[in-house]
Design a protein around this ligand. Structure first.
Ligand SMILES: [Zn+2]
Ligand SMILES: [Zn+2]
Length: 376
């Protein structure tokens, strides 16, 4: 048993401030009870949380959030999933983390009992959202199916936490999970990319982290395509060897030029462009692999004949499975790249709806917008 004195370093109130989602697009600041950690869980005092495209989808449209089997609106649900903070209370039996330790999170804690969870694919848990009433299979994805990080405290399973070294700032630590998604994409493509060509299409947050992780793992060359020079230049700072502005050069021809006509080994499609997969198939060499991270909201035509004839493999991934966030965190701790390069704006907790607007509308060239829940 942990001595009770462990809890005394931090005074934990009984209620906390939390943003909740009312109607679509409507966030409201309210008071909620501070949640209590169960076995294998800790209570985190949230210090900072980043906005992600997933949050914008949830707040404006609902899915992929799933609360009590349905849409997340008007259910006292707190979104936010890219957060970091300080461990302030340990659940029964927890010795993996200490009170006062700084941690970042990965989003998904699957049910732990389905076939996918057992294989490490907990972001594709068969029991996604099953955590209520008679449907309680123990699934948690904070900010998607359980309360998330737009609040002062959250409960996390120990498996969803990574240690944050002291020389990594709060804002930067919120971006580790973004790098985790990029890592999971490269894992899914096979993981051994040293000396191989990786094309990243779309310099959004995940695309830019895709560049950084691919380079840190030895990919060479790394080619980044996009439309905004400001973002492409951030890609350069994160390790891209070639930048292609698709407004001035055909990206397929550019990839062929860089690879001396051969094509790339891998494409990470992060643009969500409706033609992204077709372009990707023209960028990879025969037998190449494409991972789709971005996607269009509508069905799109695909040249399947080209895919089959050229033995191209296509993967869709969700989130950050197989502990990819832990490996991404290791690269960040080793300073192989600096996620803070994509952090552009910081707001206070009270100004969270403004942070939402900056992120959604890309005001002032926003990429990663962070909300400091706690003022240092
Ligand atoms: Zn996210
Ligand atoms: Zn599961």
């Amino acid at each position: 048993m942990k001595p009770a004195a462990q809890d005394s370093n931090f005074s934990i109130p009984s209620t906390m401030r939390a943003w909740v989602l009312d109607d679509p697009g409507q966030l409201r600041l309210t008071e909620k009870p501070v949640p209590q950690p169960g076995p294998a869980e800790v209570l985190i005092r949230i210090d900072a949380v980043a906005f992600c495209d997933g949050d914008i989808r949830i707040i404006t449209r609902g899915p992929p959030a799933l609360i009590q089997g349905g849409l997340p609106f008007n259910k006292n649900f707190t979104p936010g999933h890219e957060y970091m903070g300080t461990v302030v209370k340990l659940g029964a039996g927890v010795d993996e983390f200490e009170i006062g330790e700084r941690v970042a999170v990965e989003v998904h804690f699957g049910c732990g009992r389905c076939e996918r969870c057992r294989a490490g694919m907990y972001t594709s848990c068969i029991n996604y959202g099953m955590n209520y009433g008679e449907h309680n299979k123990g699934h948690r994805a904070n900010g998607f199916t359980t309360d998330g990080g737009f609040a002062e405290y959250a409960v996390n399973n120990v498996n969803t936490l990574v240690h944050v070294p002291d020389d990594i700032g709060d804002e930067e630590a919120t971006l580790i999970v973004t790098a985790g998604t990029a890592m999971y994409a490269l894992d899914t493509l096979g993981g051994l990319i040293a000396g191989q060509t990786v094309v990243v299409t779309g310099p959004g947050a995940i695309g830019l982290m895709g560049v950084a992780v691919a380079k840190a793992l030895g990919a060479n060359p790394v080619i980044l395509t996009g439309t905004r020079d400001t973002r492409l230049n951030l890609g350069r700072r994160l390790g891209a060897d070639h930048l292609i502005n698709i407004n001035t050069e055909n990206p397929v021809e550019a990839v062929k030029r860089v690879t001396k006509g051969k094509g790339a080994h891998y494409v990470l499609e992060c643009s969500g462009n409706p033609n992204g997969l077709n372009d990707g198939m023209d960028m990879v060499m025969r037998g190449g692999k494409i991972c789709l991270i971005g996607f269009a909201n509508e069905p799109v035509p695909v040249d399947l004949g080209k895919l089959v004839r050229n033995h191209i493999s296509v993967f869709g991934i969700r989130g950050e499975g197989k502990s990819a966030t832990h490996r991404a965190a290791a690269l960040v701790a080793m300073k192989r790249f600096e996620p803070k390069i994509i952090h552009t704006h910081t707001f206070k907790m009270e100004d969270l709806p403004t942070a939402f607007k900056y992120s959604r509308d890309r005001i002032d060239n926003a990429i990663k917008v962070v909300v400091k829940i706690r003022d240092n």
